[in-house]
Design a protein around this ligand. Structure first.
Ligand code: NAD
Length: 298
């Protein structure tokens, strides 16, 4: 079935970016979130990011209008996913929540629709198993920030039909992204490699081996990474990082993936990174310069 209408469930960091990209490429999108605040924040963010693209000369003012016109919002899955050919779930990284959401989507989506999850680590096979159409469930893992990042990790679950994988690969290309197909194991590829690095950076800080600035500078200048692992963790969200590490810890039954106690403490304290205004860095000011969270200054 050709994909011409899309629904995105979850309007947080990733959901707004996913809706933005589909709408920019001409797909009518219904963006669904249980929180009205999140929906209005998402529309604001999309507007600001479109302005940035205009400033860079990537888009024209008319493209912004068309993109925003392509997005409608809703609070409930029933009644808002029935017309979609593709539903991309981008809700909180919590297995029980995702299983509940997929049961709801499965009950409301039309026959033949593709059900995709943007999960960073949770088993696509497990998610597919709660639906009546496991062959049409797939992972479509966009990277943050979605409008800028080229990669889409396409995850083929145990029962995912090859035709569905091919459809999502073609669709990703139509969004000017570069899809890479991987099999369904905890953390897939991107996070299986990225998260141990972030965790190790947190351990190095926790053990006093070095400071926030030094750890990030070493990885930026020494490895040519565009941003250090601690800043990247703040961008991803420390809660999301801990959830992914826990999925790999449980999935492989291997203690090397256990989240560093410092990450766990920061999440418990509500310091989730950029989205909460504070993580390894402080985001409460307006300035462009990175400000290290005072907790980490000697
Ligand atoms: P987030 O916390 O910013 O947003 C999650 C959103 O889901 C919130 O707006 C919340 O209100 C909404 N939500 C919760 N329950 C819902 C429900 N029942 N129905 C509809 N909406 C609901 O999280 P995020 O960072 O955008 O992550 C979303 C997904 O994308 C996760 O699976 C995460 O692992 C994955 N992901 C995140 C990143 C990243 O850098 N943050 C990168 C790639 C993938």
């Amino acid at each position: 079935m050709a994909i011409s209408r899309v629904a995105v469930v979850g309007a947080g960091t990733m959901g707004n970016g996913i809706a933005h990209v589909f709408a920019q490429y001409g797909y009518p999108v219904t963006l669904i979130d249980v929180s009205d605040d999140q929906l209005s924040r998402a529309l604001d963010t999309i507007g600001r990011n479109l302005d940035r693209q205009i400033k860079k000369g990537v888009l024209q003012e008319a493209d912004k209008t068309k993109t925003l016109q392509n997005i409608v919002t809703g609070n409930y899955i029933p009644g808002n996913v029935g017309e979609a050919d593709l539903i991309v779930e981008a809700a909180t990284e919590n297995e029980a929540l995702k299983l509940k959401i997929f049961k709801e989507i499965d009950a409301s989506a039309k026959q033949g629709a593709v059900l995709a999850s943007n999960t960073s680590s949770i088993s696509i096979t497990k998610i597919a198993a709660v639906t009546w159409r496991p062959g049409r469930v797939v992972g479509m893992h966009f990277m943050n920030p979605v409008p800028m990042m080229k990669l889409v990790e396409v995850i083929s679950g145990y029962h995912t039909e090859k035709a569905v994988v091919d459809e999502v690969v073609a669709l990703s290309k139509a969004l000017d992204k570069v899809p890479c197909v991987v099999n369904d194991y905890p953390g897939f590829i991107a996070n299986r490699i990225l998260m141990p690095m972030i965790n190790e950076a947190a351990y190095a800080l926790h053990e006093g081996v070095s400071g926030v600035a030094e750890i990030d500078t070493i990885m930026k200048l020494g490895m040519a990474h565009p941003m250090g692992p601690l800043q990247l963790a703040d961008f991803i969200g420390l809660d999301v990082c801990c959830s992914i590490l826990n999925v790999m810890y449980e999935g492989f039954k291997n203690p090397k993936y256990a989240p560093c106690p410092l990450l766990v403490n920061m999440v418990a304290a509500g310091n989730l990174g950029k989205k909460s205004g504070s993580g390894f860095y402080d985001y409460s000011g307006e300035g462009k310069d990175l400000v290290i969270n005072s907790v980490f200054l000697k």
